[in-house]
Design a protein around this ligand. Structure first.
Ligand code: PMP
Length: 316
């Protein structure tokens, strides 16, 4: 295994040198908050582009307050560290960046101890879900965690037991991915991705009170569909059977990107092929992440260009 450079409590070092005591609080009780950020390699320019990294770190800065964790730096500085991490690993491919802030007190006891740690890891990552063929999803028997149990919007480590149970159950039943309902029986999201459906030419997605993570890709989709395609989204309660009568369905997330769903619980969605709105959105999203839509250039941060120059100036 390659020994990538990681960022660990204020220093860059080889992964093999980052050590944790086995009593680390977050390992036992799930008391951490993480993010998932993609950086895209642009073959035309050779550049690697972080996508909406500032928005991810801003979300993280909000989420850590749920667990009384302090981030070591403001969001803007964390974007710089993410870029630096990619450069130090000399990645020239699509990359996934995983920041993790967690309770690191090393003793028994379930409260929220004062000691916090912060790590950032970067790994090359291609497709997480198949974005071409059309996924076959199943409604999970596991309900999405409730806001007043473990807040799903918080990207809290422990909450991902809920996602893991649903995703594994889906695989074990022969599905590609799970669709989770909330305790009210309404559609929430996939195991680690938001969900959209198309009905009569309009986009519909579960509202923020349906037990979802307020996804950044979800926001990109709503922005791009409105600006570039004139298609509006209604954020509202979505009933389970709307999945069966939708014209199109797709899942979206940083890792998943935009992944068409062509069957739910064995029922064919629309024509059984990825639909026109989903395909157009994939196209627009693919352009946005590679800095090819002038209107959204501010969503991307070049890792080897201006960011590298700034870092050099700062250390000169
Ligand atoms: N829902 C959950 C539960 C997730 O873990 C993710 C991935 N972060 C998403 C939705 C999609 O969010 P984003 O677009 O911000 O990656």
């Amino acid at each position: 295994m390659t020994d990538n450079v990681v960022y660990w409590n204020g220093a860059f070092l080889p992964d093999s040198q980052a050590r944790l005591p086995l009593l680390t609080h977050a390992l036992h009780y799930g008391t951490g908050v993480f993010e998932g950020i993609r950086a895209y390699h642009d073959e035309r320019t050779g550049e690697v582009l972080l996508f909406r990294a500032l928005d991810h770190f801003r979300r993280m800065a909000h989420n850590v307050t749920l667990l009384n964790i302090d981030l070591p730096h403001p969001p803007e500085a964390l974007v710089g560290i993410a870029a630096d991490l990619i450069r130090r690993n000399d990645f020239r491919t699509d990359v996934y960046v995983r920041p993790l802030a967690f309770k690191s007190g090393a003793r028994i006891g379930v409260t929220l101890p004062a000691e916090d740690s912060f790590a950032m890891i970067a790994v090359p990552l291609g497709d997480y879900l198949d974005t071409r063929k059309g996924l076959h999803c199943g409604v999970s028997s596991w309900r999405r965690v409730q806001d007043n149990a473990i807040p799903g919007r918080g990207k809290i480590c422990g909450a991902y037991v809920n996602s893991a149970l649903a995703a594994q159950e889906a695989r074990d039943r022969g599905f590609d991915e799970a669709i989770m309902l909330n305790e009210a029986g309404h559609v929430a999201e996939g195991s680690a991705m938001n969900l959209f459906l198309v009905r009569d030419g309009r986009l519909v997605t579960p509202d923020v009170a349906s037990g979802i993570l307020e996804g950044i890709t979800r926001d990109s989709v709503m922005t791009l569909s409105c600006d570039a395609m004139g298609v509006h989204t209604s954020e509202r309660v979505v009933e389970r059977t709307e999945l069966y009568v939708a014209d199109e369905i797709f899942l979206c997330g940083t890792a998943a990107q935009i992944a068409p769903v062509t069957r739910v619980d064995g029922r064919i969605v629309g024509t059984g092929k990825p639909g026109p709105i989903t395909l157009e959105l994939q196209e627009q999203y693919g352009r946005a992440v590679r800095r090819r839509l002038p209107r959204y250039v501010s969503w991307t941060e070049p890792v080897y260009g201006p960011a590298a120059e700034r870092a050099t100036l700062a250390t000169a």
